[in-house]
Structure formats: structure tokens, C-alpha cells
Design a protein around this ligand. Structure first.
Ligand code: FAD
Length: 340
């Protein structure tokens, strides 16, 4: 089933966002990334445990170098764990025949959802360079998927509330012209056949809400799902927001400054902040949330519990040892890839 249809059937309305006669349900999804071989069992166990909370769908990220692991996990998520699965797929380092191999593999396994992405330049390179027989941007991939696979796949694309990092300047913002160009390009991806948008992480909820309004203004009508990355560690938060050029509101920096060396306090603040951000988003009628889990369950589940979206009784005690082991799988490169 396409996740768009699952979202619609969960929140009870066509646009998956605005409060125009739907119910009060909240749809939510969990994102995972492929581990190294020795971490596979733990990640599958984590996914299974989180699927017990009935997310609307789960997704698994992509890197060409670990594509077969992603294909394997996507198949297991859909068919063994039994959750509607979205597989990320990038153009980076992927000739068309490899893209076809990936799409044919998941199609034969019944996976019907793809997050179509360009991908980042290989490490050490500034600019994305199209490979021979490959695609130069996500728009090309969306067009190709629609022309070759018709309506089989639900296609999601990435949206950037602050504009893509490539056009964010040293002052931390994109020019109004670059922001508008980015929006217009996003509309091209939707017009070419994408039916859902998941956003880059953000910490200024007003920027996200403005982005949604701006998308609506230019005629993007599909659901726009906020990507929520909970702060769990001060250093990785600063690293990630630096890579993504994400605006950090002054009050968040001020709240973190005195507790930055206390991991427990940072984690608790991250859960509090994530909860407040989601409350505000939901209050604006957007009732679909995408949680970047970074292969950890504690913060994502705590936020959903605080929102009343999942029951308190279902929360397991934090499996700290297990989470620590899984977290050790997160290399800096993987962190960067997951959030762009
Ligand atoms: P595109 O949509 O192709 O474009 C990126 C930007 O380039 C656009 O916003 C626009 O400003 C500009 N641009 C490109 N083509 C044109 C054009 N023809 N005309 C005008 N402007 C253009 N990376 C991974 O490697 N693996 C993942 O699994 C992964 N998952 C992600 C999930 C989400 C939700 C997000 C937000 C990002 C993810 N990323 C992932 C990161 C992503 O690959 C990078 O951000 C990458 O730099 C851009 O990918 P894109 O699909 O947004 O690119």
C-alpha cells in the first residue's frame, strides 16, 4: 500500500495536514539507517520493537555502498516485520541499471514506497557530479520512476524548510530568490509525480510552518511531513546542525549551554523540545510526524507518549546497553548522510 493512502486513512483527510474535517489521529513514521553487518540483528530487533507501536510506516535510508543491506532490510521490514515500508534511493553513484535493480528488487518484494533523492556528493567532494548513465537530481529520478514504473510506487521527495544547504550562505540563510527557486524546484518534483514530501530537520517550528504555507501558495497540495530529529547529545547536535546549516533559535542554545556536558539532561531537554515542537505543529493542523530515530527508540517513543499518540503502558524501560551498542554503529559519515 502507498504510505500516502495509509496517512489519509489514519488522519482521515486528503491532505494529511490541514484541519478540514478529518479526525484527531496523528500519523507517525520512524526512520532507520542500515547498520554494519554485525549490528544487523540489533537493528532488526529495534525496528520490530518500534513497529509494535503501530507507526503508519517506517523507512530505511540509502547509500550506494550499502545498497544491498538497505534492500535486504526493506524486504524484511515489509514482509517479515510487517510494516508498510519506504526505501530511500539516491542518484549518487547509481547508474540506471543499478537503480532498476533496486526498484525491481523491492517491487518483487511488495515494497511500494520510495523516497527519491539526489544524494550528497561523495566524501571529499564539494559538488554533486552526475555519473555516466546516472541522474543529476531527484527530479530526474522521479520522472524516470513514473515513466518506467507507472503508478506502482508511491514517491516521496525531500523538502527543505530553510532551502537546500547548498544555497544557505555564511550568514546562515538563503536569499529570498534562492529560497523561492528551491520551492519552485520542489513543485517540479511534485508535478513530476511525487505524492509526499518529508522535510529536512529543523528546530525553528515557525520556519517549518511558513515553509508549508509557502508551498501551498505555489500550488503544492500533497502532505508535507515534518522531519523531527530529537537532540540526544550536544556535540552531535551541533555537528549535525552545522552540516545541514540548520538555524538554531537562541532560546535553544541558551537552554543547552548550562547542561551541554550532562548527557541525561540534554536528552531530557531534547524530548521536551521535540514534544513542544510537535504540539505546535499538530495545533496547526498538521497531523503527520516523521521521526528520525538514528536507530534509537527512547526519545522518539517518549515524544509520542508525551503527545498521547502512543500509550504509556507500552513504553519499555530504556534498553540502555542495547542502545549504546546500536549507537556505536553511527559513524560521522552515516549521520551526515541520514540528514543530508
Ligand atoms: P534534489 O531534490 O535533486 O536537489 C537538491 C537541491 O538542489 C534542490 O533543493 C535545489 O535547490 C537544487 N536543484 C537540484 N536540481 C535542480 C534543478 N534541476 N533545478 C533547480 N534546482 C535544482 N541522503 C542519502 O545519501 N541517503 C538518504 O537516505 C537520505 N535521506 C534523506 C531523507 C530526507 C527526508 C532528507 C531531507 C534528506 C536525505 N538525504 C539522504 C540527503 C540528501 O540526499 C541531500 O540533502 C542531497 O544533497 C539532496 O538530495 P535531494 O533529493 O533533496 O536533491
Amino acid at each position: 500500500m502507498k504510505v500516502l493512502d495509509k496517512i489519509r486513512s489514519t488522519v482521515g483527510e486528503a491532505n494529511g495536514g490541514a484541519a478540514n474535517g478529518g479526525n484527531n489521529n496523528v500519523a507517525f513514521s520512524f526512520e532507520f539507517f542500515p547498520p554494519r553487518a554485525e549490528g544487523m540483528a540489533k537493528v532488526l530487533e529495534l525496528i520490530e520493537r518500534m513497529v509494535a507501536y503501530s507507526p503508519t510506516f517506517c523507512d530505511i535510508t540509502w547509500r550506494a555502498s550499502s545498497g544491498d543491506v538497505t534492500l535486504d532490510i526493506a524486504n524484511r521490514m515489509q514482509n517479515s516485520i510487517g510494516i508498510e515500508t519506504m526505501m530511500h534511493l539516491t542518484c549518487a553513484e547509481m547508474p540506471v541499471e543499478e537503480i532498476d535493480r533496486a526498484l525491481d528488487t523491492i517491487k518483487s518484494g511488495g515494497v511500494q514506497n520510495v523516497l527519491a533523492l539526489r544524494g550528497d556528493p561523495p566524501l571529499g567532494q564539494d559538488k554533486f557530479v552526475k555519473i555516466q548513465d546516472g541522474f543529476s537530481c531527484a527530479l530526474d529520478l522521479v520522472k524516470y520512476m513514473r515513466s518506467k514504473y507507472g503508478d506502482y510506487f508511491g514517491i516521496t521527495v525531500a523538502g527543505y524548510p530553510e532551502a537546500h544547504p547548498d544555497v544557505i550562505g555564511d550568514d546562515g540563510v538563503a536569499t529570498p530568490e534562492d529560497y523561492q527557486k528551491d520551492l519552485a524546484y520542489l513543485k517540479q518534483k511534485v508535478d513530476a509525480g511525487a505524492d509526499l514530501i518529508i522535510t529536512q530537520l529543523f528546530y525553528d517550528t515557525d520556519i517549518f510552518l511558513k515553509f508549508v504555507d509557502d508551498c501551498r501558495q505555489i500550488g503544492i497540495t500533497c502532505p508535507i511531513v515534518p522531519g523531527i530529529l530529537t537532540i540526544t547529545n550536544y556535540r552531535s547536535f551541533r555537528k549535525m546542525t552545522g552540516l545541514c546549516k540548520t538555524k538554531i533559535p537562541a532560546e535553544i542554545l541558551a537552554a543547552l549551554e548550562p547542561i551541554k556536558d550532562n548527557n541525561e539532561a540534554v536528552r531530557a531537554y531534547g524530548i521536551h523540545l521535540g514534544t513542544e515542537m510537535c504540539k505546535k505543529i499538530i495545533a496547526h493542523g498538521i497531523r503527520t510526524l516523521h521521526l528520525y530515530t538514528m536507530n534509537r527508540d527512547e526519545s522518539a517513543l517518549a515524544i509520542l507518549k508525551n503527545l498521547g499518540v502512543i500509550g504509556v503502558s507500552k513504553i519499555p524501560p530504556p534498553l540502555k546497553q542495547q542502545q549504546k551498542a546500536i549507537q556505536e554503529e553511527v559513524t560521522k559519515e552515516e549521520v551526515a548522510k541520514v540528514v543530508g
